[in-house]
Design a protein around this ligand. Sequence first.
Ligand code: DX5
Ligand code: ZN
Length: 214
Amino acid sequence: MIKIAPSLLSADFVRLEKEINSIQKAGADILHLDVMDGHFVPNLTFGLPIIKQIKDITQIPVDVHLMVTNPNVYLETLGKWKIDYVSFHQEAEAHIHRQLKVLQKHGVKAGIALNPATPVETIFPVIAELDFVLIMSVNPGFGGQSFIPLVYDKIEKLRKLADQVNPELEIEVDGGVNNINAPKLISKGSDILVAGSFVFGSDDYKKQIEILKK
Ligand code: DX5
Ligand code: ZN
């Protein structure tokens, strides 16, 4: 069963609590939080204090996507707070295996995020150790960008290997997800679809989530 993870990046930031309540009521499976540091990506969002406040008022699993240059400084804290899913970028971290363990010792699902141009093979050595992989289908930094179709092949390759060595591995796709690409993303083996503008850009969040699930 596909899980839909609306990205709060496209929500109304002056009414965050209201937006979180609405998206939960609309049937979101996971709440996706985009952390940007203005360095790894050319945009700035929010950090630990806001993540904690959001976690405290959210009833569905929270998924923190770290688009930052030094993810290691956040991992222990996110682990202690029992954030449900945390991913950091392969391009930003030299000690992937060590950092996965920091998250997993707290029972947090640990994931690696891959930019569109980063080959999926770069994480094959640690695939058995991962809880999930986040495949970026836009260049990270902004909501509302166009989907990059080269990710279909990456998902297919990853699913094939994961089926052999780590069948529980979840594949999350993030960026430009909509009603047109969702069916193919699901058929290639995606488990979690992140959607920002497709969901929050409409007045009817429930309808948009249902469209993606179909
Ligand atoms: C982009 C973020 C995404 C973004 C998705 O850097 O990681 O999570 O919010 O937004 P849409 O669905 O509008 O591309
Ligand atoms: Zn994201």
